[in-house]
Design a protein around this ligand. Structure first.
Ligand code: PMP
Length: 296
């Protein structure tokens, strides 16, 4: 992935894609002092860019550092990078981290870096799989308690258990894994939130030890606009077989149906399909509004 055409915005300038490197003694690499975002552009418009950039700033503050570019500057760069790269439908990845001036746990004065890359990324899960629903295994790790990990930060370190769990699920032939929380309640997938459908209503875990995803919030709004009840509540793994439908939400995953969780099966039903369509209409609405503004 590091040898591509194009440019990456890196600490204030555009550098060729393959030259956007870090030193091996980077604090972010050794001690996980790194935060990132993932946002998608549809028809040239970055969906909920302000929310994503604000979360990036908030994530950095939770890890105790301040990104030396304002939310407005970062937003401007994201849009400029899209134009410079000739991208219309894209995924953008801003990442901020502590540099390599000092080695050791304490790195109070290490330089804070920021880089932003953008590329075409049509689908997180393959389109064929999305149609019939993806298969999840149970994850081998649990989401840590709020007093064990800064769960509101989209921080690189928190993804260690996600990568291990996803790799293990893939090795067994599944696409992803469902993580429980430290108490044993249903939490989320390794990079997306989870929803269930029963008797025409949505059920989803309370985000008290994992990201309250921007897509999650959007889908709750869309469901409520449709008059569907949304229950944010404790969900036990024993309940999985009582649900009719299941889907994941995330910027990369969008709304992705789930057909199975380790031997429990779900249909790709009407409500899941409606919300998939509503989500696509919602994210494309920004591009249409932008085109109208340009035309008037
Ligand atoms: N949980 C995890 C672990 C994630 O990585 C993501 C993707 N950022 C989400 C949930 C969903 O967040 P969002 O909808 O804001 O992309």
């Amino acid at each position: 992935f590091d040898q591509r055409e194009g440019v990456i915005w890196y600490d204030g300038e555009y550098v060729p894609w393959s030259d956007a490197k870090v030193h091996v003694l980077t604090h972010g690499l050794h001690y996980g002092s790194s935060v990132f975002e993932g946002q998608r552009a549809y028809g040239g418009d970055i969906f909920k860019l302000q929310e994503h950039t604000e979360r990036l700033h908030a994530s950095a503050r939770i890890l105790g550092f301040e990104i030396p570019w304002s939310v407005e500057e970062i937003n401007r760069v994201c849009n400029e990078l899209m134009e410079k790269s000739g991208l219309v439908d894209a995924y953008l990845r801003p990442v901020a981290w502590r540099g390599s001036e000092m080695m050791g746990i304490s790195a109070q004065h290490n330089k804070i870096h920021l880089a932003i890359a953008a590329w075409e990324w049509p689908s997180y899960f393959s389109p064929e799989e999305r149609l019939k629903g993806i298969r999840l295994d149970h994850a081998m790790y649990r989401r840590p308690a709020p007093e064990t990990a800064p769960y509101k930060a989209k921080a690189a370190g928190l993804y260690m258990i996600c990568t291990i769990s996803k790799h293990e699920a893939e090795r067994k032939g599944y696409t992803d894994a469902l993580m429980l929380d430290w108490r044993g309640n249903v939490a989320e997938a390794t990079g997306a939130n989870v929803f269930f459908v029963k008797d025409g209503a949505l059920h989803t875990p309370v985000p008290e030890c994992f990201l309250d995803g921007i897509t999650r919030q959007t889908v709750i709004e869309l469901a409520e606009r449709r008059g569907l009840a949304v229950h944010e509540r404790t969900i036990l793994p024993e309940e999985l077989s009582s649900f009719e439908q299941c889907f994941l939400t995330g910027t990369a995953a969008e709304v992705t149906p789930v057909s199975e969780i380790a031997g429990t099966f779900f249909e790709v039903g009407e409500i899941t399909q409606t919300l998939m369509r509503d989500y696509i209409a919602e994210v494309q609405g920004g591009a249409e509004a932008k085109a109208l503004r340009k035309a008037s």
